[in-house]
Design a protein around this ligand. Structure first.
Ligand code: NAP
Length: 300
């Protein structure tokens, strides 16, 4: 349980509702900032404005998946008001207060560092990334179906990268009957691709590998699908780029060549916000329990 814990949930989208639900069930007390337009009421959670929050009582601050903008603004789907989080807010929290965010940027890194508070980026955790790969793959399948006139079954698919997303994508398209080849640069990845019953290729040989494909799914956050690679693809190839913005594709050249290339960020929040929220809620609940235990241990 999280009895006695005071948490500020600042901004966010539908995924945050699952976090609020879970933490209130565990008996934490919540200040909800940026949720004025939310009809639903949660027992143990009160809606507040940023200037009404007593940060000196806050044990944890939970920010939405994108964290903040470079100006410190927090996105608020359930409010029309602009919400900003500042170094001054964070500095008022007790020294043990932890800031949780999906990802971070120079602004958020800066204010947490200057105020000497711990920042946890949930999307850097393997467990979150692997669980999140499930709705990401489902969203990728949706896009492949929407943007092609052939079945995934029997199609030739190149997956670039064998990280947490790449592995799930490659396995699922294989199970759907696609002929999957996977591009990687590490010898242990080439070995794993082979073990999975898929066709490996080294990324140095990407230009050769894409010559006969129908779909290219990129998970590498670097420019790997460059103009030279795109020029080797069959004209009907669909490129789905899952890598974080700006993706790993030369979209300008793809358009010039008439190849459909789609940047598809944030699929879990789009295709399965409830599941994506539950993934974060479960991990956060465990992390907050650990925080509380540690604090109690120190107090005793
Ligand atoms: P990951 O586990 O770190 O995997 C990244 C993969 O890219 C690894 O195979 C890595 O290989 C490879 N790679 C990285 N830099 C490379 C380079 N310069 N050249 C060649 N290969 C390189 O990351 P992930 O969790 O799978 O996520 C992949 C991307 O998808 C990230 O950008 C993430 O933000 C994004 N993502 C998007 C969605 C969505 O909805 N679209 C959802 C979740 C994640 P090495 O091991 O050899 O470095």
């Amino acid at each position: 349980m999280l009895t006695g814990m005071q948490v500020a949930v600042i901004g966010g989208d539908a995924r945050q509702l699952e976090i609020i639900r879970k933490l209130t069930e565990l008996d934490a007390r919540l200040s909800l900032i940026g949720f004025e337009q939310l009809d639903h009421a949660f027992t143990g959670a009160i809606k507040e404005k940023m200037d009404e929050v007593d940060f000196s009582n806050i044990d944890s601050v939970i920010l939405p998946v994108p964290g903040t903008s470079l100006e410190g603004q927090v996105e608020t789907i359930f409010s029309n008001e602009k919400v900003f989080i500042t170094e001054e807010n964070i500095s008022k929290t007790p020294a043990h207060c932890t800031i949780y965010s999906g990802i971070s940027n120079s602004y958020l890194n800066g204010i947490t560092k200057k105020s000497n508070r711990r920042l946890v980026q949930l999307f850097e955790r393997d467990d979150v990334a692997i669980y999140n790969s499930i709705p990401t793959v489902e969203g990728t399948i949706m896009m492949a179906i929407q943007h092609t006139d052939f079945t995934i079954h029997g199609s030739k698919v190149a997956v670039l990268g064998l990280g947490r997303v790449g592995m799930s994508v490659a396995r699922t398209f294989h199970v759907l009957g696609a002929k999957v080849k996977v591009g990687a640069r590490r010898s242990e990845h080439i070995a794993r691709i082979t073990e999975m019953g898929l066709t490996p290729f080294h990324l140095n040989d990407i230009e050769q590998a894409v010559k006969d494909i129908d779909i290219c799914i990129n998970t590498i956050p670097h420019l790997v699908v460059n103009a030279s690679v795109i020029s080797r693809m069959p004209a009907h190839t669909l490129i789905i780029d899952l890598a974080s913005k700006p993706g790993g594709t030369d979209f300008r050249y793809a358009e010039k060549r008439g190849i459909k290339a789609l940047l598809a960020p944030g699929l879990p929040g789009i295709v399965a916000p409830k599941t994506a929220g539950k993934i974060l809620a479960n991990v956060l609940a465990q992390l907050l329990k650990d925080d509380l235990q540690k604090r109690k241990g120190k107090e005793e």
